[in-house]
Design a protein around this ligand. Structure first.
Ligand code: NAP
Length: 215
């Protein structure tokens, strides 16, 4: 499976790329500038020496991949989708974007007209197979490649096949358990849980994640 990480130069994209590479997947790091993508790919080669990683612009990474993970700030989402254009049509798009703002030291969700970042992606790229999730693993944890992750990975999407493809990627990472959390209309709740975790992390100086009981 070839996976593009748009905005893969940031901590979240880098961390997820490292875990996918360690699981044997092929990763294309995307950036607005090729030089930054190459720099990030170099960091990943140092982290996962056997990993198959290439560097490209976001548009070229998307065109060359079957699964496209979007890992840019919400403010850069529309521009990133526009830059990739037709390369996104029909592809599985994994939405990692959390529309956040900080007010008075508290993490709050930005209001998104479509309801969530995932629904915004689906509205802008109607032919894409959007899945939202993997938002509750912190970049810091992902980047500590020698440390096992743990927890449940909640996934939302309207395309069952796309959700299964992402679930398989999650299962490739030891100890992570994918859970189907419903359709894209529920994705806003995933975003809200991320905001909750960030506030918990700040209060308790922790790195929290999610594990469900009873399911
Ligand atoms: N950090 C975490 O622990 C975490 C956890 C869960 C979810 N997330 C979500 O994952 C996404 C990425 O997080 P991050 O911490 O890696 O973010 P980040 O470092 O702020 O940004 C990631 C990359 O996005 C690109 N970018 C920045 N501003 C942009 C803009 N205006 N337009 C287009 N591209 C832009 C940059 O890449 P180039 O300059 O190379 O193009 C940057 O390296 C965010 O939506 C965040 O909410 C983060």
């Amino acid at each position: 499976m070839k996976i593009a990480l748009l905005g893969g130069t940031g901590p979240e994209g880098l961390g997820l790329a490292a875990r996918f590479l360690a699981a044997g997947e092929t990763v294309a790091i995307g950036s607005r500038t090729l030089g930054r993508a190459e720099e990030a790919a170099g960091k990943l080669r140092a982290l996962v020496p056997a990993g198959r990683v290439t560097a490209a612009t976001n548009a070229d990474a998307a065109a060359a991949s079957e699964v496209i993970a979007v890992s840019v700030p919400f403010a850069g989402l529309d521009a990133t989708l526009a830059a990739c254009g037709a390369a996104l049509e029909g592809k599985v798009i994994l939405d990692l974007v959390v529309p956040l703002r900080v007010e008075g030291g508290i993490f709050l969700l930005e209001e998104v007209v479509e309801g969530s970042a995932a629904e915004r992606i689906q509205a802008r790229v109607p032919g894409a197979r959007v899945v939202s999730g993997l938002k509750h693993q912190s970049a810091a944890d992902l980047l500590e490649i020698g440390t096992e992750l743990e927890g449940d990975v909640l996934l939302c999407g309207d395309d069952a096949g796309a959700k299964e493809i992402v679930s398989k990627l999650v299962r490739d990472v030891p100890k992570l358990r994918p859970i189907d959390a419903g359709g894209l209309r529920i994705a806003r709740h995933l975003d809200a849980v991320t905001a909750l975790l960030l506030n918990l992390n700040k209060r308790h100086k922790a790195r929290s994640s999610v594990r469900l009981v009873g399911i």
